[in-house]
Design a protein around this ligand. Structure first.
Ligand code: UD1
Length: 418
């Protein structure tokens, strides 16, 4: 079983170039099938979730080819409308192909995405929204068959919660529907804006993405486009937390600081100095000892991102003082806590609230990652823990971080994969 082995205590210093955003590239790759023309997606991160998405594109009949960090997708000859269960189980975000397939093919067959590590993740908002656009679905034997009858028709859709995935599925379905769709209480994440920017480059008419109300005027056809994925804000936060806990000093290249506006104040409260330069550069200089009495509530964007909660929790473990985290987005997002306790952390969880009492030092141990961002929390912990930390469950980290050990080694960490 592969493991990351970290000798903790090395101060991280140097420069890092951020990967493209995982949560942008997945829906954008699904969106490429809305057109019959070739698209080229630049800054495609090398992640296992991207590899699965490419497998799905190939399965559907697309031709795909990597040229360095660019992925060329030719969706002209798509001839399937089913996503096999194996892919649905491997990657929950394969659900995003539902909106893309009904838009391109008029019908789709999927199975429910596999058991999820963050607690129950219903799809009611996806389905009720898509039904309001005219999708008909029938579920039997674990398969869901969907079709659009005579075609999708724009509508006014109000989401009871700004779900990221539901907003993306609705955008994908509405861009070629007849007439106008208005999505109220839409998710405002930067990745939604990125998806809309790509689609608009293909000829879609989407206004308001990144705001609570999105207006989409349906168009008959889309062309292909060249498009660059935005940098990954959660990877940025992870590298910042890793630097903070090792009293380090890093310069992150290709970052959009405005995407980090709810998180930067937490680093500053802990005693880090953040400098923002032109051309997407951010420097973090960490103090000798972090201090924190933070109260963090995870919220939909522009609030504090749930995906940043695990690596930031590790930072709070290493800071003097007591901090509180309230996880409002996912029910089971504290699976990393038990493993952090093995490393000597002092955390108490009651329901959605975690109380983190900073400790003088964490000490290396064998731990196991149970989900993607929980894995990031363990890597950050291993970097500041005394002695050796061995992390298993690497399939989780490979879903979302491109060459994490290579990147960390470049800035002075002692980390290797065995
Ligand atoms: C996306 C991100 C994930 C991030 C999350 C919240 C991708 C590939 N993943 O996941 O990294 O943590 O946004 O920022 O972009 N919900 C319902 N019914 C639905 C849909 C969602 O009740 O139909 C609930 C979920 O159970 C959860 C909350 O809404 O409690 C947020 O989910 P959602 O925004 O949909 O997250 P994802 O799109 O799954």
């Amino acid at each position: 079983m592969p493991k990351l082995v970290i000798e903790g205590g090395k101060s991280l210093k140097g420069e890092i170039k951020l990967q493209g955003a995982k949560n942008s590239v997945l829906p954008i790759l699904a969106a490429t099938i809305l057109s019959e023309e070739e698209s080229v997606i630049h800054g495609c991160p090398n992640l296992s979730d991207v590899a699965i998405t490419v497998e799905i594109l190939n399965f559907l009949g697309c031709k795909t080819k990597f040229e360095g960090e660019s992925l060329i997708i030719n969706p002209k000859n798509i001839n399937k409308n089913k996503i096999p269960e194996m892919y649905m189980r491997k990657m929950r975000s394969s659900i995003i192909f539902l909106g893309a397939l009904i838009s391109r093919m008029g019908c789709a067959e999927i199975s429910l995405p596999g058991g999820c590590e963050l607690g129950p993740r219903p799809l009611d908002l996806h389905f009720s929204g898509l039904r309001q656009l005219g999708m008909i679905s029938e579920e039997s034997h674990g398969k869901i068959k969907c079709n659009v009858g005579r075609g999708l028709v724009g509508n006014n859709i109000v989401l009871s919660f700004p779900s990221v995935g539901a907003t993306e599925n609705l955008i994908l379905s509405a861009v070629k529907a007849k007439g106008e769709t208005i999505i109220t209480n839409a998710a405002r994440e930067p990745e939604i804006q990125d998806l809309a920017n790509y689609l608009n480059k293909c000829g879609a008419k989407i206004r308001g993405a990144g705001e609570g109300t999105i207006k989409i005027e349906g168009v008959d056809r889309l062309q292909g486009a060249h498009y660059s994925i935005i940098p990954d804000r959660i990877a940025a936060i992870t590298y910042m937390a890793a630097t903070a806990v090792t009293s380090g000093d890093i310069l992150i290249n290709r970052v959009y600081p405005e995407h980090l506006s709810s998180v930067i104040p937490i680093f500053e409260e802990c005693g880090c100095i953040i400098e923002i330069f032109d051309k997407g550069k951010l420097r973090l200089i960490a103090p000798e000892r972090l201090l924190s009495n933070a109260v963090i509530r995870t919220m939909p964007y522009p609030g504090f991102p749930t995906d940043a909660q695990p690596p930031i929790m590790t930072m709070l473990c290493a800071a003097e003082g007591s901090s509180i985290i309230i996880e409002n987005i996912f029910e089971s997002r504290y699976k990393h806590v038990g493993e952090l306790l093995r490393l000597g952390a002092d955390i108490k969880v009651e329901g959605r609230t975690a109380i983190v009492n900073g400790v003088k030092r964490l000490s290396g141990a064998d731990v196991r990652a149970e989900d993607l961002r929980g894995a990031a929390a363990l890597v950050v912990a291993g970097l500041c823990a005394e002695g050796t930390t061995k992390i298993s469950g690497l399939r989780h980290i490979d879903r979302g971080y491109e060459d994490i050990e290579g990147n960390l080694c470049k800035i002075g960490a002692n980390i290797k994969r065995i």
